[in-house]
Design a protein around this ligand. Structure first.
Ligand code: BGC
Length: 248
């Protein structure tokens, strides 16, 4: 069965049909830059364009970089404030004419990694962080997701918000060496380790392809592994999460 997965990010909106049995993309990804400002109607128009590109008539799973409850976006850390309280799910469903499920982007990436990537067959407490413009988080307990954890907004003992201290955007903006950035990231991981004693950390986001540069420098007790699905995780996870729409 194929479901269209769409990943809404700060710079690009990407989509592809996903074979939810294997987690493989059934066609090449189609990407459109995120409109600026990223107002709900403008983003919905891009979602429609992606669905039309694939001539899509079936269910759609869609990520969003915010707290998402029952399809409503409840935070707006790195997106336009017009999304606060917006019913993204209804908006996208109305505009595309397809059944749509909307979920947090990191939760989607986590779902994909747990099923087909670095978290496959890993029981216990697994914590995935996505390192990009912000820090996204997805917490799993024996494979079950605790949604909308938002650990990127945790306040570190030094008084900074985790994503303002150690997101990949901070590394590039401040031109931090891998060593310096790894020290910052270790602070975040240590806090999370104190709180949740995870059995495994999975680190995703574009920077995870450079894992050999910073992961060996991290100082934390739990094993840390790179995500495997790289920039496909959001698309695949969104499609997997939307599987239930088919049986509704
Ligand atoms: C948002 C999260 C999102 C993360 C990664 C954070 O700023 O609050 O919802 O998962 O960025 O995009």
């Amino acid at each position: 069965m194929e479901i269209l997965g769409i990943d809404i990010g700060g710079s690009g909106i990407k989509g592809a049909p996903v074979d939810v049995g294997t987690g493989a993309l059934a066609a090449d990804r189609f990407r459109i830059p995120t409109p600026e400002p990223s107002l709900p109607d403008a983003v919905a128009a891009v979602v429609v364009e992606i669905a039309q590109h694939f001539n899509w008539r079936g269910p759609i799973g869609c990520t969003f970089p915010a707290v998402v409850k029952n399809g409503v976006t409840l935070s707006a850390a790195n997106v336009d404030r017009a999304w606060l309280g917006a019913d993204a799910q209804n908006l996208f469903a109305r505009e595309t004419g397809c059944p749509v499920l909307v979920l947090n982007d990191a939760d989607a990436a986590g779902i994909a990694e747990m099923q087909f990537g670095a978290g496959k067959d890993r029981p216990g407490v697994v914590l995935l962080l996505t390192l990009g413009t912000g820090i996204g988080s997805a917490l799993f307990v024996d494979g079950l997701l605790v949604p909308n954890t938002e650990f990127g907004h945790m306040i570190l003992p030094r008084g900074s918000e985790a994503e303002h201290w150690a997101a990949d955007r901070i590394r590039t903006e401040k031109d931090l060496s891998w060593k310096k950035w790894a020290r910052r990231l270790s602070e975040v991981l240590t806090c999370l380790e104190i709180l949740f004693s995870p059995d495994l950390f999975i680190l995703g986001g574009g920077v995870s392809k450079n894992h050999d540069k910073f992961m060996p420098l991290l100082k934390v007790h739990a094993p840390v592994v790179p995500a495997r699905l790289l920039n496909e995780a959001g698309i695949v996870g969104a499609a997997l999460a939307a599987k239930d729409l088919v049986t509704q």
